[in-house]
Design a protein around this ligand. Structure first.
Ligand SMILES: Cc1cc2nc3c(=O)[nH]c(=O)nc-3n(C[C@H](O)[C@H](O)[C@H](O)COP(=O)(O)OP(=O)(O)OC[C@H]3O[C@@H](n4cnc5c(N)ncnc54)[C@H](O)[C@@H]3O)c2cc1C
Ligand code: SF4
Length: 421
């Protein structure tokens, strides 16, 4: 039986959010003997019974609230403005909102940051309009933790000694995913252009590992849960170990809205709503509160926790809370090929061009770089609704174009480095 704590019992740690960050904290702290309560606003979804994971594309698009995997932009509303002078407007943003957070449905690309990304301010100087800063940790300090994470989670990939990839003190524990047609075409094209290509590094196990089965290349990957637990999500690679200690309770459907303090410098616990119980308010006592509610949820919670002593929110001595968002941005292009590509199989991407990853302000004339990945994966209904290229949107010619193009499409998707603004 998983551990249950009474909210009036002061636990050592309350962790808000059970995703990538929360899962690591829950596992490590409970294994060290601390009592831990994880508050997660999302439901359990298929946690612990992944074999019955939903692979129905329509049900996945229009899920019941209990089966929802991503946040609902109408419930978890986000707004955006470019400058403080602008009026903030709503924008559609979804993140993993379930026990395991974003890692339950993510594409699982798992690249390390490169050493120079840790001290960009010192290396490149400031950038007008951006709030560039060096990280408070160095590459040398963090490298052993990358290694530990890759081995404890189960990451597949190939160590290659090149300036385009971060140095590794130990190889990946698992070999890379099989090459897809998109990867083979990418390699061919890149060779002609002299670009460097590497197999994708992914938190997806390619061989049985730590009691889990290898990826069976089902093809319904990013956006879906993994029915064989091959995707090394927080929900299968971290939280079960935390629960197994008997020191950790994961409380789903629990939306944290205020961190309370004692009037001095100490927290006393977290007030949350039981979202499946008429939003009943509960106060969970804790010695320490960790907010790992993602890049938007954490500043939101800390700002909502403002009180007489901390009118600008908790942990905001710098005045920087809620600013400097670095979003994951991308660009892309699509091509149609003569040959069938069978890209509907396997996980999202198998290979990436790394030649443009390094920042090269001097020669390029602008900040930042990009990792270019080849992928064709689109599920049938998604493809049908998006429509074939250069064809009518209905009728016989639409069907003909759909049949001709669906299996011949390849996307190049680029993940671009962003600056804090
Ligand atoms: C479809 C998809 C594909 C992606 N593909 C990739 C990829 O290939 N590679 C990659 O590196 N990244 C990818 N990402 C991004 C990646 O999932 C996130 O960067 C990562 O999960 C962030 O970890 P986190 O712990 O900060 O937050 P999350 O994993 O987002 O976890 C935060 C958790 O906190 C919960 N929460 C938030 N506010 C509250 C509150 N007030 N009370 C209680 N709970 C709360 C949320 O419900 C969520 O479960 C993808 C994301 C998605 C959605
Ligand atoms: S492609 Fe592999 S990792 Fe992705 S959901 Fe299917 S079995 Fe899991």
């Amino acid at each position: 039986m998983p551990k249950k704590f009474d909210p009036n019992t002061e636990v050592d740690f309350v962790i808000v959010g059970s995703g990538a960050g929360g899962g690591v904290m829950a596992k490590k702290l409970s294994q060290a003997g601390f009592s831990v309560v994880v508050l997660e606003q999302g439901p359990w979804a298929s946690y612990g019974k992944e074999e019955s994971a939903n692979k129905d594309e329509l049900l996945n698009r229009f899920p019941s609230p209990e089966e929802r995997l991503l946040s609902d932009p109408n419930r978890q509303v986000a707004t955006f403005r470019r400058t403080a002078a602008e009026k903030a407007v709503r924008f559609a943003n979804s993140y993993g909102c379930v026990v395991g957070g974003g890692t339950v449905t993510y594409g699982a690309s798992n690249w390390r940051h490169l050493p120079w990304e840790f001290d960009e301010l010192s290396r490149f100087g400031g950038i007008p309009g951006a709030n560039l800063a060096d990280w408070p940790v160095t590459w040398a300090e963090i490298e052993p933790y990358y290694t530990q994470a890759e081995w404890e989670l189960g990451v597949s990939g190939q160590r290659i000694d090149t300036p385009y990839m971060a140095p590794m003190s130990k190889p990946y524990p698992l070999p890379p995913q099989p090459q897809k047609a998109s990867g083979a075409l990418l390699r061919e094209g890149a060779k002609k252009l002299g670009w460097f290509v590497a197999p994708n590094a992914a938190a997806i196990i390619t061989q049985p590992y730590m009691g889990r089965a290898a990826c069976n290349n089902c093809g319904f990957c990013s956006g879906y849960t993994c029915q064989v637990k091959a995707r090394s999500s927080s929900a299968v690679a971290l939280l079960p170990f935390a629960e197994a200690t008997g020191n950790c309770e994961i409380r789903a459907n629990s939306y944290a809205h205020t961190i309370k303090t004692d009037g001095g410098s100490k927290v006393t616990g977290v007030v949350y709503f039981e979202t499946n119980n008429n939003n009943r308010e509960v106060f969970q006592k804790a010695k320490v509160v960790i907010s790992s509610a993602n890049a938007m949820g954490t500043p939101r919670l800390l700002l909502l926790s403002a009180n007489a002593q901390y009118p600008n929110g908790l942990a905001n001595g710098s005045g920087q809370l809620g600013k400097n968002l670095m979003s994951g941005n991308g660009g892309g292009a699509t091509g149609l090929f003569e040959q069938p590509l069978n890209e509907y199989k396997g996980c999202v991407t198998g290979a990436a061009v790394l030649s443009f990853v390094p920042n090269d302000v001097k020669n390029r004339g602008f900040y930042g770089g990009a990792r270019m990945t080849a992928r064709g994966q689109q599920s049938p209904i998604e493809y049908g609704l998006g429509g074939p290229h250069g064809a009518p949107t209905w009728g016989a010619d639409y069907k003909k174009a759909l049949a001709a193009q669906t299996n011949r499409k390849l996307n190049m998707t680029n993940f671009i480095s962003t600056i804090p603004v």
